[in-house]
Write a protein that binds this ligand. Structure first.
Ligand code: MG
Length: 316
């Protein structure tokens, strides 16, 4: 099994910030738009080899009421396919690897599901990683318990992501039922030391308490491809959720550089304004425009995609 990375958990930074970090947090509120400041991004890449990491919900697809219908808008898939043909590309999501593959449908990208607890390389780079195989029975028991505790609340949904659970409340009638759902889930998690919970966009994400997150998954993929310590590699991570902050931190702490892009509408009551990202985009439509711009400049401001690696990094 791969060794857990040691990047600090951004959630802890956001939730438990000290008074001394308040000024830092204020400085993290505003981020330049990645399209409007393309020239700056171009100079940062400076003929390096770009590696693309993309969250799915809220980044490649719009947030919708029914999680099973979170399809990408027309036009996104061909742009994503073009990007994957010129850049090493990975989808990093809270969903199960198999479910997000069904949404994306591309064979030449990495899929990191369950917040990175399960990673599968593309056909020509068959690396894989499973961090929580022995957690399945515990997660199945948790699902049963939560259904019994939440059964009286209309509209909730528990999504089984294989190595994590998502309690969706997009269709739960607004207060007081949402508040009740939050209270029940948090009270349950307080009695379950093997589980942690994080809030997302109208979802509570429950994961096994292991030192592994989206930032760990990003570093694992780069290391599996022998790209982790190369100064000519420039990773870019795009995401909209609190859980993506761990990956933004991983970008910030890379010796060779890297860039986090937060996808966020101007006002988002579901998400604290502090971020470790370097730039921002407003929505998946802008993500599509950004990817198309990146593709159109491939070969002029970036170097070529690395050839397929050997099966290094197979930890199964
Ligand atoms: Mg998301």
């Amino acid at each position: 099994m791969a060794t857990a990375m040691t990047a600090p958990a951004a959630g802890a930074m956001v939730e438990g910030r000290s008074s001394s970090s308040r000024d830092d947090a204020a400085a993290r509120l505003h981020k330049d738009n990645a399209i409007e400041h393309w020239a700056k991004i171009k100079s940062l890449m400076d003929k390096k080899q770009v590696v693309l990491f993309l969250d799915y919900d809220g980044t490649l697809s719009p947030i919708v009421d029914q999680p099973d219908k979170a399809f990408m808008k027309e036009g996104m898939r061909p742009v994503l396919a073009q990007a994957a043909s010129v850049f090493t590309t990975a989808i990093v999501t809270g969903r199960s690897k198999d479910k997000v593959y069904n949404f994306v449908g591309l064979d030449d990208v990495f899929y990191a599901g369950s917040h990175g607890l399960e990673i599968q390389g593309p056909l020509d780079r068959p690396v894989k990683c499973q961090m929580a195989e022995d957690m399945r029975p515990m997660l199945e028991a948790t699902t049963d318990t939560l259904h019994s505790l939440l059964g009286h609340i209309q509209g909730y949904e528990i999504e089984d992501n294989k190595f994590s659970l998502s309690v969706h409340y997009r269709q739960v009638p607004s207060p007081p039922h949402v508040e009740e759902l939050h209270n029940i889930v948090h009270e349950y998690v307080a009695t379950a030391p093997e589980i942690v919970v994080k809030a997302g966009k109208k979802v509570l994400e429950l994961r096994p308490k292991v030192d592994w997150h989206k930032g760990s998954a990003v570093n694992w993929i780069l290391d599996a491809l022998d790209l982790g310590n190369r100064s000519d590699v420039f990773p870019i991570y795009l995401g909209d959720d609190i859980t993506d902050e761990d990956a933004f931190v991983a970008m910030e702490t890379r010796a060779c550089g890297g860039m986090g892009i937060l996808v966020k509408e101007k006002f988002d009551p579901e998400r604290p304004p502090e971020t470790n990202a370097s730039f921002s985009l407003r929505n998946p439509d802008e993500v599509q425009t950004f990817l198309a711009t990146l593709v159109s400049h491939a070969g002029t401001v970036t170097s070529a995609k690395a050839p397929p690696a050997t099966a290094a990094g197979d930890t199964s």
